[in-house]
Design a protein around this ligand. Structure first.
Ligand code: HEC
Length: 135
């Protein structure tokens, strides 16, 4: 088999494996031209404490979901749910990645800056407040 073909087949195999697990979802994230001062600090803290699972710019990885995602719009996951995720962790419920461990090293003030960062990037990507409907 030609090496090129082998590589393409392998890529297709990987892609279908990911589909079967219906897991890892990553998104393309557009960054705002400018972040507020608080959000800039938030991004640094996010990179240090959250990006390993939630990805660069919160675009998602194999270990955690993208937070730049309609599921996390401020109407569905208000700021309290972010503070709670950081202080107490999250039981797996929306995704197939497992639980999120608490991140107690991130104090509420810093968590607030991380939330600011995420909200500003969400808004740049059209993810805005939608009232939460029970389904
Ligand atoms: C070890 C991996 C990991 C780290 C580190 C991590 N998370 Fe998570 N996080 C997850 C996973 C996995 C989920 C999805 C749980 C589910 O809904 O199935 C999640 C879910 C969330 C949610 C959704 C909460 C909800 O109520 O559904 C928020 C908000 C969140 N994370 C924020 C953060 C922030 C902010 C940080 C950094 C301070 C962080 N996470 C660090 C893995 C991680």
């Amino acid at each position: 088999m030609k090496p090129f073909l082998k590589t393409s087949l392998f890529a297709i195999f990987i892609m279908s494996a990911a589909n079967v697990a219906s897991a890892a979802e990553t998104v393309a994230v557009k960054m705002p031209k400018e972040l507020s001062a608080q959000a800039k600090w938030g991004q640094i803290a996010f990179d240090q404490n959250c990006a390993a699972c939630h990805g660069d710019k919160a675009a998602g990885t194999e270990q955690g979901p993208p937070l730049i995602h309609d599921t996390y719009n401020p109407g569905h996951h208000g700021d309290e749910s972010f503070y709670r995720a950081v202080s107490s962790g999250v039981q797996q419920h929306h995704w197939p990645y497992g639980n999120m461990p608490a991140q107690p090293q991130v104090k509420p003030e810093l968590a607030g800056m991380i939330i600011k960062f995420i909200r500003e990037v969400q808004s740049e990507n059209g993810i805005v407040y939608k009232p939460h409907m029970m389904q």
